[in-house]
Write a protein that binds this ligand. Structure first.
Ligand code: CA
Length: 230
């Protein structure tokens, strides 16, 4: 079973280090961003299971960043806050946060809450409207299975990681480098042709389920994307 990846968006290094250490101790994988800009990049490029988000960031408030995340993702979010009035806003504004912790907090308490939330959201379903193309896909992170129109796709690890990334960002164009960075532990060992090969097998696996499926688009000169119908 795959390990959970926790994105820590926190500009104070000492606090971020403490959280990262506690997360690692719990056998989860921490990745750290000190700004919302860096956090957004990591959300786009990695498969993140939960976000620990500081309210007071240097480039943008955690509240605004949370709103932006929520326009495209239902990833669980735990706020870190230093002030009581911020707690009022978290509770009152319905930002879509799953929980919050007031500083100073115990890292063990935080990881206990992370665990509780991950248990609740064990199956990660991409955000859907029923007519949206991503509704055709369902990602089960627990079993690392992607369902297409209700049927499990027999995917290799690389195929899973590439398709899962595109399902989370429908319509977004990914270069071969981005797909490779996301799917391969050692991107240098592969080459562009490998991505093309995996896209080809992904397409044929999708077409076995639905012959008319043309949702994996090639953008010449750019890369690939999961098509969003108008
Ligand atoms: Ca801060």
């Amino acid at each position: 079973m795959g390990q959970h990846t926790i994105l820590i968006v926190e500009d104070e290094p000492a606090i971020a280090d403490n959280i990262a250490f506690a997360v690692e101790t719990e056998n989860m994988v921490p990745i750290h961003a000190a700004t919302s800009r860096a956090g957004a990049k990591m959300l786009a490029e990695h498969s993140i299971d939960l976000v620990v988000l500081d309210v007071g960031l240097p480039d943008e408030s955690g509240f605004d960043f949370c709103r932006r995340i929520r326009t495209e993702s239902d990833v669980p979010i735990i706020f870190l806050t230093a002030r009581d009035d911020e707690i009022d806003r978290i509770v009152g504004l319905e930002l879509g946060a799953d929980d919050y912790m007031a500083k100073p907090f115990s890292p063990r308490e935080l990881t206990a809450r992370i665990r509780a939330i991950l248990r609740r959201s064990g199956t990660s379903v991409p955000r859907v409207g029923t007519s949206a193309p991503e509704a055709k896909f369902l990602v089960d992170q627990k079993t690392k299975t992607i369902y297409f129109e209700g049927q499990a796709l027999p995917l290799s690890r690389y195929e899973f990681r590439m398709l899962e990334l595109m399902i989370r960002h429908p319509g977004q164009v990914f270069s071969r480098d981005q797909l490779m960075d996301h799917a391969w532990e050692e991107p240098d060992a592969s080459c562009d042709r490998t991505v093309d090969t995996h896209i080809k097998t992904l397409r044929s696996k999708l077409r076995k389920i639905n012959e008319a499926c043309a949702c994996l688009e090639t953008r010449r000169g750019w890369g690939y994307c999961l098509k969003v119908d108008p």
